[in-house]
Design a protein around this ligand. Structure first.
Ligand code: ATP
Ligand code: BTN
Length: 234
């Protein structure tokens, strides 16, 4: 089963996720909204996502059979594989970021409506400038490679890998999670998790089959669910 992509190109939009949500009910799976720039790009918890021209900002309408928190990993693995195609090694900062060389290069934001649809928003810093305040924490393909990369080539590789990992998600979620474990670079490291305003420090031990993170907090094993948690490397 290969997805038939239908790409909508926009110059400017508030957020491709918001646009995709507005059209999702009447759009087939595989509808892709790409914008040159977003005026209100967003991350999780309403955080803002810097989206100037030169980056790849897109959202895909998926219609998976059920809501599943592991769906975000389809996007994360597709980004990791896309970066490999351009010679960039990267890893997943559980649950929804992709980092290269200790800096954030991409983020994934999934938003669903019951069993109707799931929007997968993906932002990759490609040739766009990194805002001053994110210089310490963010990077781009341009910064890492020292040259511009054609956006349409990145898009083409990303869609290719998205359809591959989507199929794995549907047919062999165990294999998807095995790959997630391999690519999650925080395993073995000490992390700080903020959950409901409470802080938990521990060693990231594993990503479990349901997508949650296993944390060893002073000898106590805690299962951290993907949700409204923030995670920082210590
Ligand atoms: P966590 O999700 O664990 O809380 P996070 O800080 O990565 O960690 P997110 O909500 O995933 O939080 O991402 C939004 C954050 O990403 C913003 O608060 C900002 O710090 C950062 N950010 C915004 N735009 C970009 C960008 N283009 N590239 C990299 N980082 C960005
Ligand atoms: C995060 O790190 O929290 C996720 C960032 C997701 C950014 C992408 S850019 C395309 C799509 N539209 C948005 O407004 N957000 C996502």
């Amino acid at each position: 089963m290969d997805i038939k992509w239908k790409i909508i190109h926009l110059n400017e939009v508030d957020s491709t996720n918001e646009y995709a949500k507005r059209i999702a009910a009447d759009s087939p799976e595989g509808t892709v909204v790409v914008a040159k720039r977003q005026t209100a790009g967003k991350g999780r918890k309403g955080r803002s996502w810097a989206s100037p021209e030169g980056g790849l900002w897109l959202s895909v309408v998926f219609k998976p059979p059920r809501l599943d928190p592991r769906f975000v990993f389809v996007g994360a693995l597709a980004v990791v594989d896309t970066l490999v195609d351009f010679g960039i090694a990267s890893g997943i900062k559980w649950p929804n970021d992709v980092w290269a060389g200790e800096r954030k290069i991409a983020g994934i934001l999934t938003e669903g409506k019951g069993n109707e649809y799931t929007i997968m928003g993906i932002g990759i810093n490609v040739n766009n400038p990194i805002p001053e305040e994110l210089r310490e924490s963010a990077t781009s393909m341009f910064q890492l490679l020292g040259r511009e990369v054609p956006l349409e080539k990145v898009l083409e590789r990303l869609l290719f890998h998205l359809s591959g990992w989507y199929r794995v998600f549907l047919e062999r979620p165990d294999l998807l999670m095995a790959k997630v474990r391999e690519k999650t670079f925080i395993l073995g490291r000490t992390v700080r998790v903020i959950r409901d305003g409470r802080e938990l420090i521990g060693r990231a031990m594993d990503v479990l089959d349901d997508g949650s993170l296993l944390l060893d907090a002073a000898g106590q094993l805690k299962r951290i669910l993907y949700g409204d948690v923030s995670l920082r490397l210590v």
